[in-house]
Design a protein around this ligand. Structure first.
Ligand code: PLP
Length: 378
C-alpha cells in the first residue's frame, strides 16, 4: 500500500455496538443509526453496510448527498434525512425514496410540488420544537401544521421527531425531562386531533443509553454506534444508574508510518516558530501527517504510539508533517507503523484523549479526519 496514512475500521466492533443496542431497545423499536458526517468519520457506505448487516433497520443521514451515495452503493434500507434539503433537492430526495423531516409550510408546499412532479408519495416526519431552537414547529402551531400536511396530495405523516439539547453535556437531566414532557404533549395533541403518527423518535445515543422511556418507535443512535460514549457525563450517569449493562467497542484506528528518523544534538529547535528546543541529544521521528489530514494544529503536549510506546510530539503540527521524540523507544526504524489514534500494544490514544488535547469533543476528532484518507475494514 502506498498510502501515507489510513484509518482501520474494526468490523467486529461496529457489529458489537449494533447488537448491544438491539439488545437494549428490544426487537420492536426501530434502530436507525446516524451515518452522517461520513459515518462520524468511519466511512459512510462501509459503516452503513455493517450496521444493516448487524441488525439496524433504518439509516439516518443529514443531507441529500449522503442519501444519494448510499442508494448508488445499492443500499435499499429506509433512509431518514434529518437535515435540511433545499427546494431544488426535494424531487431527487423523493426519487431516492427518502423520508424527510419537515418544519415549515413553505417547505411543505415545495415538497407537495416535488411529490406531484415525481408521482410519488412523500413520507414526512414532523420536527417539533421542544427546547433546542434549531429546526422545529412549536407546540402551539403543531396541529395546524399537521392538518396543512394532510391537505396536500401525496404527503403522508409518518413520524414525529425532536432532538435533545442538553442530555450529554450534564448529569442533571431536568432539561431533557422537560423536552421529553413537551414531546409527549406534542404526541398527545396529534392523537387528540385524530392525526395518527406511527413512528415517534427523539433518542440520540445518550437518551438511548440512559432513558428507555425515550425509545418510542425508533432511536437515532449516533456516536455510540461507533463505540464512543457521548460524553463523560453520560458515562457517569450510566455507571450511577446501571439500568442496563453493555460494552461499547471503539472501531477507529488512525495510522501512518515514520518517514524519517534523525538524531539531533541538544539546543536545537524543532518545527515552525521554533517553539520547541531540545534539552538533550534527541532521536526524532518525522511523521507524514498534519493538519490537512485532520490532525489538529492546536494540539500541544500530545503523543503518538510507536512500537506500543508513547512518543511525545515535539514542536508545532505542520500542514502535512509532525515530529515526535523516540529517544527512549528502542529499535525504532524508518517505515515503522505509527498509531495516531487508537490502540497499540498496551497503550491507547482514545478519541476522548485526542479530543482533550485539541480542546474539543470526540465527535469532532473522528469526523475531522480527512475523507480522502482511506478507511480500511479489518
Ligand atoms: C446527530 C444526531 C443524532 C445522533 O446524536 P448522537 O449524540 O451522536 O447519538 C440524533 N438525532 C439528530 C437529529 C442528530 O442530528
Amino acid at each position: 500500500m502506498d498510502e501515507l496514512t489510513w484509518v482501520e475500521i474494526s468490523r467486529s466492533a461496529l457489529e458489537n455496538n449494533i447488537r448491544e443496542f438491539r439488545r437494549i431497545i428490544g426487537p420492536k423499536t426501530l434502530l436507525g443509526p446516524c451515518v452522517k458526517a461520513n459515518a462520524y468519520g468511519h466511512g459512510l457506505v462501509e459503516a452503513a453496510r455493517i450496521f444493516l448487516s448487524a441488525g439496524a433497520d433504518w439509516l439516518s443521514v443529514n443531507a441529500l448527498f449522503e442519501a444519494r451515495e448510499l442508494r448508488c452503493a445499492g443500499i435499499t434500507a429506509p433512509l431518514y434525512v434529518l437535515g435540511y434539503i433545499p427546494p431544488e433537492g426535494l424531487r431527487e430526495a423523493l426519487d431516492l425514496d427518502c423520508r424527510l423531516v419537515v418544519f415549515s409550510k413553505d417547505h411543505i408546499r415545495a415538497l407537495a410540488q416535488a411529490a406531484q412532479a415525481a408521482c410519488r408519495q412523500a413520507r414526512v416526519h414532523i420536527k417539533v420544537e421542544t427546547g433546542s431552537n434549531r429546526m422545529g414547529v412549536r407546540l402551539d402551531g403543531l396541529v395546524d401544521f399537521a392538518r396543512f400536511i394532510q391537505k396536500q396530495k401525496l404527503l403522508e405523516i409518518e413520524g414525529l421527531a425532536t432532538h435533545f439539547a442538553n442530555i450529554e453535556d450534564t448529569t442533571d437531566h431536568s432539561f431533557a425531562e422537560l423536552q421529553l414532557q413537551r414531546f409527549n404533549e406534542a404526541s398527545g395533541l396529534l392523537q387528540s386531533a385524530g392525526i395518527p403518527v406511527p413512528i415517534r423518535h427523539c433518542a440520540n445515543s445518550a437518551a438511548t443509553i440512559l432513558f428507555p422511556k425515550t425509545h418510542f418507535e425508533m432511536v437515532r443512535l449516533g456516536i455510540a454506534g461507533y463505540g464512543m460514549w457521548p460524553s463523560n457525563e453520560t458515562y457517569v450517569s450510566f455507571v450511577k444508574e446501571r439500568k442496563n449493562n453493555f460494552h461499547l467497542a471503539p472501531a477507529f484506528t488512525w495510522k501512518t508510518r515514520i518517514a524519517q528518523l534523525k538524531t539531533i544534538p541538544a539546543g536545537e529547535f524543532v518545527g515552525y516558530g521554533c517553539t520547541y528546543k531540545t534539552s538533550h541529544k534527541t532521536r526524532l521521528a518525522v511523521i507524514p501527517v498534519g493538519y490537512y489530514d485532520g490532525y489538529d494544529r492546536g494540539i500541544a503536549g500530545g503523543h503518538v504510539l510507536i512500537r506500543g510506546r508513547r512518543a511525545a510530539i515535539r514542536g508545532r503540527i505542520c500542514m502535512d508533517i509532525l515530529m515526535a521524540e523516540v529517544t527512549d523507544i528502542p529499535g525504532v526504524q524508518s517505515g515503522d507503523e505509527v498509531v495516531l489514534m487508537g490502540r497499540s500494544g498496551d497503550e491507547c490514544i482514545s478519541a476522548e484523549l485526542f479530543a482533550q488535547w485539541a480542546a474539543t469533543i470526540n465527535y469532532e476528532v473522528t469526523t475531522r479526519v480527512n475523507e480522502r484518507i482511506p478507511r480500511i475494514l479489518v
